[in-house]
Design a protein around this ligand. Structure first.
Ligand code: LMR
Length: 401
């Protein structure tokens, strides 16, 4: 029956992890998947997560019953407050609804699925060029056509704001625009607040729908409010929008799949309607979301002392990454590597778009066993005090080649 099924290509990001693991070279470096590592290159379980987890497991009342279809209520409420700010008027006005999802991917999927049913038919989804490798497949899977909007300028290794505004201006009215809330994946290039305002102006004029993906709140800058600024600004401007939250990076809960999809609606009458449809869609897809990760997040977000500790843990991660950016920059500058490298320290978050060309990526993989995606993206978290110099020398060599 299935003899004619064509073989699908492996996932570009996860395949790198597999190839890296199979490599026996001692100095190999994995800069592929966006997962935090400590200075010894090891996964880091946040101390606050360990503490919360212990408390949950030791609770004699703990059971493994189903969560409600749209998830753990205390988790959803805390997630809404985290992204919108606890005193956001939209919350008081009861025009915000949320569903707990299978991390950020699940939030993107449920959001896309909902729009495919209830947003105007024939709408096109615009994603930044480039974007996270999974964005287009997620939208295509529920039947959306996706197109690119200009974003990254290879000449400046920065944001092509003119091109971006033109793309948004020329998109059919009412298009769905996928925006990275902070720490753009894969480039690490974010709009400034002034640029966000110009983006909002065009989107308002063209009645586009903002679809925010927020996978790095607090992880990007160490400041939860700063990283949520763009989303809150759009809410303040009166947009109806949705936002996807992931707790993979900022809680280090990669495998627990804890995420949230939040809708900010125009009025409170719409809220229960959207809520009911989210529940209906979710029931048919996953019945109800997994409990463990959501319990950890909920406990930490709702307990002031644990929350404070979490913020410290976030700073540990984001500051280590900033330090690696600085050291990589210093190393390349000392080597007098051809080109400019200030983008390494200008960019923000988990990733850096190095500007390495595909043939240089190929060479660095073959000669130095350094693993990164073909577009030249590196996961900054894969660098440490032990390998940053090795990596800089490798970059220097392939750039001169
Ligand atoms: C990445 O871009 O490397 C991460 O977001 C992991 C993933 O799911 O692709």
């Amino acid at each position: 029956t299935f003899q004619d099924v064509p073989r699908a290509p492996p996932d570009v990001i996860f395949n790198l992890t597999a190839t890296y693991k199979a490599d026996t070279f001692e100095k190999k470096v994995n800069l592929g998947v966006g997962a935090y590592r400590d200075d010894n290159g090891k996964p880091w379980v946040l101390p606050v997560v360990k503490k919360a987890e212990r408390e949950i497991i030791n609770d004699p009342e703990l059971d493994h019953e189903y969560l409600p279809i749209t998830g753990l209520p205390s988790f959803k409420e805390a997630s809404i407050k985290l992204i919108l700010g606890a005193d956001n008027p939209a919350i008081k006005e009861k025009r915000v609804v949320a569903a707990q999802t299978i991390s950020g991917t699940g939030a993107n999927h449920l959001g896309a699925l909902f729009l495919s049913r209830f947003y105007r038919k024939g709408s096109i989804v615009y994603v930044s060029n480039p974007t996270w490798a999974n964005h287009k497949p997620i939208f295509n899977n529920v039947g959306f056509e996706t197109r690119d909007y200009a974003y990254y300028d290879p000449k400046t290794i920065g944001l092509d704001i003119g091109g971006m505004l033109d793309s948004l201006e020329n998109a059919p009215e009412g298009s769905i625009i996928l925006l990275h809330a902070c720490a753009h994946n894969p480039t690490g290039v974010d709009p400034t607040q002034e640029q966000w305002k110009a983006i909002a102006d065009v989107m308002e004029k063209k009645k586009h729908f903002p679809f925010f993906d927020c996978a790095y709140q607090g992880f990007a800058s160490g400041d939860l409010d700063r990283d949520a600024w763009a989303v809150r600004y759009f809410v303040e401007r009166g947009f109806e929008l949705l936002v996807c939250q992931s707790y993979a990076k900022n809680f280090g809960l990669y495998g627990q799949r804890a995420g949230c999809l939040t809708f900010v609606l125009r009025d409170s009458e719409t809220a229960p309607k959207v809520d009911s449809q989210l529940a209906k869609l979710q029931r048919a897809e996953i019945s109800n979301p997994p409990a463990h990760g959501a319990r950890i997040v909920s406990l930490v977000l709702n307990d002031p002392a644990l929350f404070e500790e979490w913020v410290e843990n976030l700073k540990t991660m984001s500051f280590r990454i900033q330090e690696m950016r600085r050291r990589l920059y210093v190393n390349l500058t000392e080597l007098d590597t051809p080109g400019t490298w200030n983008h390494i320290t200008d960019q923000i978050g988990m990733f850096s778009f190095t500007g390495l060309k595909p043939h240089q990526v190929k060479l660095i993989k073959e000669k130095y066993h350094v693993y990164l995606t073909d577009n030249g993206r590196i996961s900054m978290a894969g660098l440490s005090s032990k390998n940053v110099e090795y990596f800089a020398k490798a970059v220097d060599d392939v750039v001169r080649n």
